[in-house]
Design a protein around this ligand. Sequence first.
Ligand code: HEM
Length: 468
Amino acid sequence: KQKKYSGHLAGQLPPGSLGLPVIGQSIGFLKALSADKVDKWYQERITKYGPVWKASLFGCPTVVLNGPNANKFIYTCDGSLLANSQPPSISRILGSNNIIELSGNDHKRVRTALVSFLKLEVLKQYVAKVDDEVQHNLLTHWHGTKEVQVQSLMKVLTFNIICSLLFGIERGPKREKMLPLFQDLIEGLLSIPINLPFTKFGRGIIAREKLVPMISQLIREKREALEEQNQQHNSHKDLITSLLSIHDNDSSTMMSEEEIIDNILALMVAGYDTTSVLLTFLVKLLANDKSIYSTIVREQQEIASKKAYEEALTWEDLTKMKYTWKVATEVMRINPPVTLSFRRAKQDIEYGGFIIPKGWQVMLSAPMTHMDDSIFQNPTMFDPTRFEKHAPPPPPFSYVAFGGGPRMCPGTELAKMETLVMMHRLVTRFNWELLKKDESFKRVPMPEFEQGLLVHVKPQKKMVSYEA
Ligand code: HEM
């Protein structure tokens, strides 16, 4: 029998167990997460309790919701009912002004400013820049080596692209100084918040303290450059310049310097691991599935055949990579890079006949819908034709690799651009084989391959002649 909730809304708490004090079900959950079996962990509870149930996770009573309607409810819910809620380590390291922490008008304002650079019409101009970073990455790290660790190289690539496009930091010592600092910062985000110099959290704080003056200096330089320039000819060379140039109605800049710093850090974190994970899964898939590999190669060779060897890709070329993107979309259906989303009830909420009390955590098992056989037939089968034009599109809020609603990933177009350019250059320049056919990965919470996905690489003929 369910306990009655005696808060201001009368009703029942969802079924389920809160387990032991503090620990709750966190250990079992983290174990399932690490083994990439969270869907099984959820399914056991859904079978037992139904689609709305409670548990205690990360020291907090939590209601877990499931299904497209639940996804829609959480993704589109007003911020005064459900707010974004992250562990305290995240806001301490990324700063309290970062977009993930904000809600209401502040969220809208900061998001509008970021999207004014990240939207497709603007990003289209930067395909050649992304291509330059991709070609440089391949020449530096893949060429001339027999064995590569794919995941770490994909991280170097996404870091470099973000440095170039978003921060306007070109190749050189500044980037090299920043990379290890960003890595410490990222490792500290999901750590136990004990601030000592040797803990992950402590190292994350130290990294923030070193990065903030570097970014401040960058902002100063860009502000000066902007003042010297004729404003009318300002062509938004990077995100920071763009943020410094856009103004509110009262002509003050839309974001303060503190806000720019916190959001620069947040964008780096949001864009670095996610896209590199997708690229790593793609490399693995293409090594194991010859039929998908050859269809992608055909699509990419067709584009390459009309261009000179190193000629930069254009936006138009990317629009012809439809099959490659369907494959990437299906990769993210089966292995979504982001699987956990947390919110917090700002007031008592009635949902599905139950009460979610104020202050409780609400967790979205969003990608459960990716494996729901009433939505995606034969869900464990890899089938990019699900996303063909003639196939019925999945119902709203059931494919949620990029989230949904007003907080849907604003980096989708950038992630797509990076993925398509890298896949084009990889399949037209290299052949590769996995050193371990089924190298597994853990989710911590992002997928990390045990050996970083080791592959044996061989440059294709043209690359050899280029070398000569
Ligand atoms: C394959 C790559 C990516 C995937 C799968 C992905 C996935 C997601 C998901 C699922 C969310 C929503 C989380 C929630 O509602 O709780 C999100 C939010 C976000 N993503 Fe991405 N992302 C990717 C790449 C990027 C890139 C390249 C950037 C920018 C450089 C970026 C920036 C952001 C930001 C700033 C948010 C927070 C938006 C807000 O709260 O309004 N992401 N992403």
